[in-house]
Design a protein around this ligand. Structure first.
Ligand SMILES: [Zn+2]
Length: 288
């Protein structure tokens, strides 16, 4: 049996004592701590949330799958007679994205040795922002993302550091961006071998047109989603959007051609049922 830690003093000298009746989530087990003599309830992922787990996870999933928060709000009203504001939905997305992200960051992954990097211009409030993304070919996992207001070697280094934080490829292929060679040299040059420890391959459009069609389609899908989030910058910080997209891609949606969720191919076998967001949130609460 899993021992239950007191919320207040972290002691394990606790026992079950009665229930708390909640309006939307039914009865919740209460516990008593003999050490500090206080009552507490466990955080099973949805602590103090005023709506059901199903409604919350459905909203998060659909929002990240491209339904706007206002449309989601209307759906909840029409089909469940639930009145929530679109801001509440954004709050759920933000809150649970951060929780799950913290959890999945701690896991280990078996990635392959071929990484593909790509950066896109994002037209945001008149600025040309950049969205950077790196994919592992074998698993199709997003290995790292970065959002910046400009593209230069310093930003490329920040991006590449995130891209290799979970795996070490033999090579990373990029486009012909002029900032990459400097960044690679700074990060991966070794005097001992007189070269780069991670090879830099440059995609040559003139020669090959589309170098790697399969990886391009994955990038296209991710870019579409980033485009849909445009204009929400006032409500959202870009890093959380990137996290949400990454979680949805790596852990929630089965890849169309490989018919696996990328995290499974990377050996992260999490006990996730049909409602993957729900189970991810619960796992995150248990492992925080
Ligand atoms: Zn206690």
């Amino acid at each position: 049996m899993q021992e239950i830690k007191c919320k207040h003093c972290k002691g394990t000298n606790t026992y079950k004592k009665g229930f708390r009746q909640t309006e939307h989530r039914g009865k919740i087990q209460k516990h008593y701590c003999k050490d500090c003599r206080r009552m507490f309830t466990q955080d099973l992922g949805f602590y103090r949330m005023r709506h059901s787990e199903t409604i919350i996870t459905m909203s998060v999933d659909m929002y990240i799958s491209n339904l706007s928060s206002r449309k989601m709000k209307n759906q909840l009203s029409r089909h469940f007679n639930l009145k929530v504001t679109h801001m509440t939905i954004l709050d759920w997305v933000r809150r649970f994205t951060l929780k799950v992200s913290k959890f999945v960051e701690k896991l280990g992954y078996n990635m392959g040795d071929s990484f593909y990097a790509d950066e896109t211009l994002i037209d945001c409030e008149g600025r040309n922002d950049r969205f950077w993304c790196c994919l592992d070919w074998d698993t199709r996992m997003i290995t790292g993302t970065h959002y910046s207001l400009s593209a230069n070697p310093a930003q490329a280094i920040k991006f590449l550091n995130k891209a290799i934080s979970k795996g070490k490829p033999k090579f990373i292929q990029t486009d012909g961006g002029v900032f990459y060679p400097k960044a690679f040299k700074k990060m991966f040059y070794s005097n001992k071998i007189g070269g780069l420890t991670i090879e830099h391959k440059i995609q040559n459009y003139q020669k090959t047109r589309i170098h790697n069609y399969k990886i391009e389609t994955v990038f296209m899908k991710i870019k579409d989603r980033v485009d849909d989030f445009r204009g929400l910058k006032a409500l959202w910080s870009a890093p959380i959007m990137m996290m949400a997209i990454t979680i949805q891609h790596n852990f929630i949606e089965a890849h169309t051609t490989i018919e696996d969720v990328p995290c499974e191919r990377a050996g992260a076998n999490l006990p996730l049922g049909e409602n993957r967001w729900l189970d991810l949130i619960k796992l995150s609460a248990q492992n925080n």
